[in-house]
Ligand binder design. Structure first.
Ligand code: MSP
Length: 642
């Protein structure tokens, strides 16, 4: 491996909130495609992804589920890794911000920046909504009140540490100017400079005293490190920065590219380089802000009801079909669209018709006309249609390289499809069935050779994006390892005389759009929780009863929690703390008959002992309580539920 052939690529580290959808898969797939491309070209690749696991939101979600934040993030990470396995994501390292090495490194970085004066202690001033426990800026307020609950906010001051971001303003601007390739796409860079630098950069608050679930400041433990200093430094901490084992850091830093979504581009473009400047480290070579995958013009999210587990599409088609769709549909830096109709159309036209048919038609003809054997004879002169086909094949790899080196994955795929289309047309123009009928064996052999050679050449770069299909194609056209390397696809004529072709299964069966196609079957439904099966006796350990909510009270200082008094048919009412504030108003809960787990061990939440749990469905954006259909009020409180 040549010394300079190294490639370090990262995705953002994802928040463990909700599950991944096709939108969140996009960036990881793009990174995976680039990583595979570089590996095919002989680079030593380090591809890192991971999770950003600290913060108040996680703390609250865990509380609402009655588990610790660590348990909550562990569950999420298991599901995330599971999905990446299904999608065949070839990451080399999965970093978690709860990893011991990362925590220790953030603390060392914090101390170093403090010691050298880049972090200082100050006061965070903000408009605070006490019941919601949230800080707001003037512009976020609605009619001068909290945008969440509509109550009065007050100006408060909180002791915080600040990173001297303002000090780096001029150096950053100078760097952008001197390194035009650093931030891409260009229009996002310009937008960012206009929006943030014109006003002047403000120092950045990097700690909080109100969030427990975070990395503590080593010399002032009532503070935890706040968001970006923790999250962004993953890119170097994952290489062992600050540890005695800095071989990876020496080898792979600076990163070649950080791929990030457009809404977090500015943090990567401003805060991250400033932190690196303060640490006296070189900056990454490129930060690329990609667009979003949209459904009906909106970013995919559970709250828009347009969320679907990527596994649904994989189950209906294949991993390669979904991978291809995502790489093809999103244009460089722009938003892309996802719809089930578009998905079906794309798979049918590009994969079934163009690629699938080419392979199947050609392998069938070689079997039918030549007993499955390729004959290579060079004495026949080339016709114009041959020259045209060979020129397209030879131009493809250099063009694909150019696009991939510029992160234009969709154009690279289109370039491969140019050859596939040309080869399909070549079949019609050369009409091998006529040659066979006429007994023109030499020309027939030449035509079949050219076609199989084109399939081989096209399948080589397909290995960047597809994980199963190229192997299947290579097996059908009988080529060995040497004929599947990147460089072998630059030559036309590598395919050997006597190669044995054997027709295989259909690569991409045509899809018929129907209501059933993307239906989530119960047995196939993704096992998101991945919990082991339990016996009926184990289930029987859970005591469920009908309860009725008799009083509802918000807990001051807790953003999401209500204190409920619930009648479960006992002498006294039960106190249950429940995270329903974002989903139900007090009056909506009062009097409701609901399902209560009555034998759950008591737990203290915000200093209040909670004795039981209400059953609810949903996650994050939409949560609904399981309510008794009790218009007639037939069931008494305390009735057992089986
Ligand atoms: N934790 C931060 C990143 C810290 S990186 C040091 C974060 N996490 S996130 O989970 O909210 O988002 C992670 C990435 O997913 C972002 O780059 C975001 O743009 C991307 N996407 C989320 N929904 C998306 C689409 N619908 N389409 C494409 N990407 C989308 O931000």
């Amino acid at each position: 491996m040549e010394e300079n052939k190294k490639y370090y690529i990262t995705t953002p580290i994802y928040y463990p909130s909700g599950d991944f959808h096709v939108g969140t898969c996009y960036c990881t797939l793009m990174a995976d495609t680039l990583a595979r491309y570089k590996r095919l070209r002989g680079y030593d690749v380090f591809f890192m992804t991971g999770t950003d696991e600290h913060g108040q939101k996680i703390e609250e979600k865990a509380k609402a589920k009655g588990i610790t934040p660590k348990e909550y993030v562990d569950e999420f990470v298991a599901r995330a890794k599971d999905l990446w396995k299904v999608l065949d994501i070839s990451y080399d390292k999965y970093i978690r911000t709860t990893d011991e090495e990362h925590v220790a490194a953030v603390q060392k970085i914090f101390k170093k920046l403090y010691d050298q004066g880049d972090i200082y202690k100050g006061e965070y001033k903000g408009l605070y909504c006490t019941p919601c426990e949230s800080f707001w800026t003037e512009t976020q307020l609605v009619d001068g009140k909290c945008p969440d609950c509509g109550r009065e906010v007050k100006e408060v001051k909180e002791e915080s540490y600040f990173f001297k971001l303002s000090k780096y303003q001029d150096r950053l601007l100078k760097y952008y100017e001197e390194h035009p390739e650093f931030l891409e796409p260009e229009k996002r860079k310009n937008e960012m400079i206009k929006n943030f630098f014109d006003k002047g950069l403000e120092d950045l608050c990097v700690t909080r005293t109100t969030i427990d679930w975070g990395i503590t400041v080593p010399f002032d433990p009532k503070h935890t490190v706040y968001v970006w200093l923790d999250a962004l430094t993953n890119y170097i901490n994952g290489l062992g920065y600050t540890t005695s084992n800095d071989a990876m850091m020496k080898k792979f830093w600076p990163a070649d590219v950080h791929l990030v979504g457009k809404e977090i581009f500015r943090f990567h473009a401003i805060i991250w380089p400033a932190i690196l400047m303060a640490l006296d480290l070189p900056l990454p070579k490129k930060i690329f802000g990609h667009g979003w995958l949209l459904v009906n013009g909106k970013k995919i999210s559970k709250s828009f009801g347009n969320y679907k587990d990527p596994r649904v599409y994989i189950n209906a088609t294949s991993v390669d079909a979904l991978r291809y769709y995502l790489m093809k549909e999103v244009t460089f830096g722009e938003d892309g669209n996802f719809s089930e109709e578009l998905f079906v159309e794309r798979i049918n036209s590009d994969l079934s018709n163009d690629l699938g048919n080419l392979v199947s038609r050609v392998t069938t003809m070689v079997e039918k006309y030549n007993g499955g054997v390729i004959v290579k004879k060079e004495e026949l002169p080339l016709e114009d249609i041959d020259k045209d086909l060979i020129d397209t094949a030879k131009a493809m790899i250099p063009n694909v390289e150019e696009y991939m080196d510029n992160l234009k994955t969709n154009e690279a795929m289109a370039e491969i499809w140019k050859l596939i289309s040309k080869a399909n047309k070549y079949i019609d123009l050369s009409a091998p069935w006529v040659l066979a009928k006429e007994g023109n064996t030499d020309r027939l052999n030449q035509v079949l050779y050219n076609l199989v050679e084109c399939i081989r050449i096209a399948a080589v770069p397909l290995q960047m994006c597809f994980v199963d299909t190229p192997k299947k194609i290579f097996a059908q056209i009988g080529v060995g390892d040497k004929e599947t390397t990147w460089d072998s696809a630059k030559e036309f004529g590598t395919l050997k005389d006597g190669t044995k072709v054997s027709r295989g299964e259909i690569l991409f069966p045509r899809l018929e759009m129907s209501d059933e196609l993307f239906k989530v079957e119960d047995e196939e439904a993704p096992k998101v929780e991945g919990k082991p099966q339990i016996t009926i006796d184990e289930l029987d350990k859970v005591e469920l009863k009908v309860g009725q909510i008799k009083s509802v009270e918000k807990i001051p200082k807790a953003k999401k929690l209500y204190k409920l008094e619930v009648d479960v048919g006992e002498k006294e009412l039960r106190t249950i703390v429940s995270g329903m504030v974002p989903y139900y108003k007090e009056e909506e809960l009062l009097g409701k008959q609901i399902v209560v787990v009555t034998n759950l061990k008591p737990a203290k939440l915000c200093g209040i002992e909670s004795n039981g749990m209400l059953l609810a469905a949903g996650d994050e954006d939409v949560v609904k309580l399981l309510v008794l259909d009790n218009n007639e009020g037939v069931l008494e409180n305390g009735t057992n539920i089986h």
